[in-house]
Design a protein around this ligand. Sequence first.
Ligand SMILES: Cc1ncc(COP(=O)(O)O)c(C=O)c1O
Length: 323
Amino acid sequence: MPFEEVKKVWMNGRLVDFADAKIHIFTHALHYGSGLFEGIRCYNTKNQGPAIFRLHDHTRRLYDSCKIYRMDIPIPPEQFEKACVDTVAANEFQDCYLRPVVYRGFYSLGVDPSKCPIDIVIGAWKWGKYLGPEALEHGVDVRVSSWNRMAPNTFPPLAKATGNYMNSILIRQEAAADGYAEGIALDVNGYVSEGSGENVFLVRDGRIFTPPLGASILAGITRSSIIKIARDFGLEVVEGLVPREMLYIADEVFFTGTAAEVTPIRSIDRVQIGNGKRGPITERIQKEFFAYIGGEIPDRYGWFTPVYAERAATARKPALVAR
Ligand SMILES: Cc1ncc(COP(=O)(O)O)c(C=O)c1O
């Protein structure tokens, strides 16, 4: 689907028109992947209106990602969060996907980026169900990728870096070329890692398993939401190494992610998972998650930042200046 024009994009402290949201071709990040980013959803909740899901946690992960790459974001987290809220409001979105990127800008093209400016952009657009609306109920068919996730101490997976997504592209393209909705990559030791843009969970005998941070995964915000919801249901969640073959003999497998939300997996490498349909634990967790993000149940964990209430509260603060 081609990108549909939006009204405004936030660039270095200013909301600019879509047509003016341009960067130079000699931008460092274009050549070397020197950007760190987030993917955040704003939901039109029943109880709080348009509200950004887990904004503080996404903000923290973005600042952590930049710290790993020795990049000091030139605005404090509160200003960054206000900029996210302003971007949603400037586009008059009720629900949308937000894409902040902090990157090394235009100055010089040596590999050492230290003299290049640290630029920040925040875009927002309408993004439907990532793996298709059908997938949420019926599940998707996936393969184990022939590509591994990054080895430890190469590309740090805890940093959500633009360059890391070259690996994701290999996984996703290979899956698509072979007729699968998505790929699950193993880490370099052969343990289950994650999808190209999703974390993975398995259920066996009523217990839930998910790979640990040391298995070259991104520390997914949805992953942490699902762990919290499952544990509060009284379900056991084990964060531990998952051998590949455990995928095939699991009763249920599902993906989590800001884009994919909670998507059941019905087959892996053409091996049917459970009864080939969304399993009961997946369904229970998924329903609770959807009720939460839809604002049909109270925001008991304080995960939402309501867009318009937030704007009213910060309306008298000075305008943002990034640098
Ligand atoms: C590689 C990868 N793993 C996992 C996830 C899920 O993370 P989150 O739930 O924070 O979106 C994403 C999505 O950003 C991702 O790109």
